[in-house]
Write a new protein. Structure first.
Length: 654
């Protein structure tokens, strides 16, 4: 991104900041960010900073909650057999755990069913409903799913089994004919906040059940012991961390810090969390959620649910180590599939695709979304990754920036077996024949308008004003996440004392700045050219803490870097020129088949030859056709080597 795309927010007036700092006893930076959010009076700012019970809405305001309260209370006392039907992601698992725990408190006969991603799929599944009912289920409570389960719900209702739907997903035009539907955005409801996640909705039901539907005035009246689960599911589902979500997630995180469930404590230890290290939303996003989600990605999510529900420390340790092994396996599979998908994605055949569709054979179904996200990061365009399983292609798509991929792909609905999702992410299934047709349609699309992204910067700040105490002050603004981004700071041309690369392919960057402040940037080979010229660099970063050998230090995480155009190295230019000349004279030679010979003739390594050809491809000078012939593109416009990403990688590796 160029520095032109940095959007430095307007700075609040000195008077506003002074008022906030003195009245609320907060520091100037924190006051500035709070004011930038629009909370400019001490009263509104205090309300934002201090989660409190008045920010929670009355659960009885949710659609059908009165019916649900009566029916579930009756079922619990009457000993009816209740099945909670959940989902295999973290929001679905935590929703299930909350609902089960609440019903258990009432003494209900309750069991949980988490559908299997591979056998059952997402949402109400009629075959499973039949089985559950045959086994004696008398009430089915869905959590984090249900609003699109018309067929299965109708079946159960016909069998005399009441289905209570609690969900937060987009509602289809025709809702299931269920006993009750609890949904924060139900068209016939009047709930003041629409952005609860599945576990948020489940918690509201739990609250109603455990407070006998009565309004509460104090936090202690809430089933606070379940708020940790709420925090996990809400952060994992990336719902807006404003309004009552902010309160529930703050309290939930506090609870995980103070007294984590045994399974979570063990899981965090395995994830490298050290004793004094605070658990923040980032900990959930990067340590907890990937691990527990891995369980549902590779097999049956039940293990993750059991880990969350267990009260036994030994059991917690045992289950956490099973989860760790599954997560390691998941990482292996991602690595393998990503490698294969990347090869296809980078081939010349796909160089001009506006929406990249990568399809493979028998790639693991559970990780295609992760692979699509990584390809988007790499290629800066929307990506769909499909895998051929049992005669049809199934997979996931992820968009780039704010582009509405769902709307675009929705135009070809006739070609799909299944299709669902939202603007930024989707899932689909398609027959091999129709995939060919889809590719044809995509290849003739007019140029897509993919919006340029901009980077919001809260303020410019010299490194000399950055310190652990500053970071500590800003933690008042936590939890960070959707609609409450971590503050970003712009730094203009700081003194860089040291610049090094890290990682197996030197894809990461670490800068040492004044006062031992470090700045790190991950997976940005294009930034690593700084190592050769660590001057006149500016960047935007967030502040974090690094815990290393028991010592904590301030660490900046680079969000964007702006560096002067690297001056083209004349020796390199000559070197590349020779290779270009060689290609020009040998367009009838298959490079792929004669790599050894050619490299030898040019006195370079095979690796360098590959890199150089890649640079020429990126610059639009050559193309590779027919499985290995490198052809000069006539009249290609002049471009400097430094405009190629691979060239920067090449430089960084010298
Ligand atoms: Mn959800």
């Amino acid at each position: 991104m160029s520095q032109n795309n940095w959007r430095v927010l307007p700075q609040p007036s000195e008077k506003t900041v002074r008022q906030l700092t003195t009245k609320l006893n907060i520091d100037q930076l924190t006051a500035t960010v709070v004011a930038q959010k629009g909370f400019i009076t001490p009263e509104t700012a205090f309300k934002y900073l201090q989660p409190s019970i008045d920010q929670l809405h009355d659960p009885m305001l949710l659609h059908d909650m009165d019916k649900v309260y009566d029916r579930l209370t009756e079922a619990a006392f009457g000993g009816e057999k209740i099945v909670v039907y959940g989902d295999y992601d973290l929001d679905g698992m935590t929703s299930t755990a909350v609902m089960v725990e609440a019903l258990e408190v009432l003494g209900a006969d309750v069991t949980a069913y988490l559908p299997n991603r591979f056998n059952d799929g997402y949402g109400p599944n009629i075959a499973v409903y039949k089985r559950l009912i045959a086994e004696g289920a008398q009430i089915i409570v869905t959590v984090d799913n249900g609003v699109s389960g018309n067929e299965a719900v109708a079946y159960a209702m016909n069998q005399g089994v009441d289905v209570i739907i609690t969900d937060h997903h987009e509602m289809p035009p025709v809702l299931p004919d269920a006993f009750a539907i609890v949904h924060p955005r139900h068209p016939d409801g009047h709930y003041p906040f629409g952005d609860l996640s599945g576990v948020g909705v489940a918690f509201k039901v739990a609250q109603a059940l455990l407070t006998e539907g009565q309004p509460i005035t104090d936090k202690s009246e809430l089933p606070t012991e379940m708020l940790d689960l709420v925090a996990l599911g809400e952060i994992a589902d990336m719902v807006s961390l404003t309004d009552e979500n902010r309160t529930m997630v703050s309290w939930g995180l506090k609870q995980i810090n103070d007294s984590p469930r045994p399974g979570l404590a063990a899981l965090l230890k395995n994830a490298g969390q050290v004793a004094n290290q605070p658990i923040i939303s980032e900990t959930v996003s990067f340590k907890i959620a990937p691990r527990l989600n891995a369980v549902g990605r590779l097999g049956d999510a039940q293990l993750a649910l059991d880990l969350l529900l267990s009260q036994d420390p030994d059991e917690g340790v045992a289950m956490a180590s099973q989860v760790e092994a599954i997560n390691a396996e998941r990482q292996e599979i991602v690595k393998e599939v990503f490698g294969a998908a990347k090869q296809i994605a980078l081939s010349d055949k796909h160089a001009n695709d506006q929406v990249l569709v990568v399809a493979g054979d028998n790639w693991h179904q559970g990780i295609l979304g992760i692979v699509a996200s990584r390809l988007v990061e790499l290629l800066h365009k929307p990506v769909i990754v499909l895998s051929l399983i049992d005669g049809s292609y199934k997979g996931s798509g992820r968009t780039y920036n704010q582009f509405d991929l769902y709307a675009l792909m929705g135009q070809y609905r006739d070609l799909y077996e299944t299709f669902g999702g939202h603007a930024s992410a989707l899932g689909l299934a398609i027959s091999p024949k129709n995939l060919t047709a889809l590719r044809e349609q995509l290849s003739v699309l007019p140029t897509l308008e993919v919006p340029e992204s901009s980077l919001v910067v809260n303020m410019m700040l010299p490194v000399s004003q950055m310190a652990i105490s500053v970071y500590d002050g800003l933690t008042l603004l936590e939890p960070f996440g959707t609609d409450n981004a971590q503050p970003t700071f712009g730094v203009t041309e700081p003194t860089i004392e040291k610049a090094v690369t890290m990682g197996s392919t030197k894809q990461h960057l670490k800068l040492t700045l004044t006062n031992h402040v470090e700045a790190v940037g991950f997976n940005h080979p294009d930034w690593t050219a700084i190592v050769a010229h660590p001057t006149n660099v500016s960047f935007v970063a967030t502040m974090g803490l690094n815990y290393f050998r028991g010592k904590k230090s301030l660490q900046l995480l680079l969000a964007d870097v702006s560096m002067p155009q690297v001056v083209e190295n004349t020796a390199h230019k000559k070197f590349f020129g020779q290779v270009y000349k060689f290609i020009y004279a040998h367009q009838d030679l298959n490079f792929a088949q004669n790599l050894d010979k050619i490299a030898k003739q040019l006195h370079i390594t095979k690796h360098d030859l590959n890199v150089m050809v890649q640079v020429f491809i990126e610059l639009g000078f050559v193309q590779v056709i027919d499985g290995g012939f490198v052809k000069i593109i006539p009249n290609a416009p002049q471009k400097a080597l430094t405009t190629s990403k691979t060239y920067h990688k090449f430089l960084a590796n010298r």
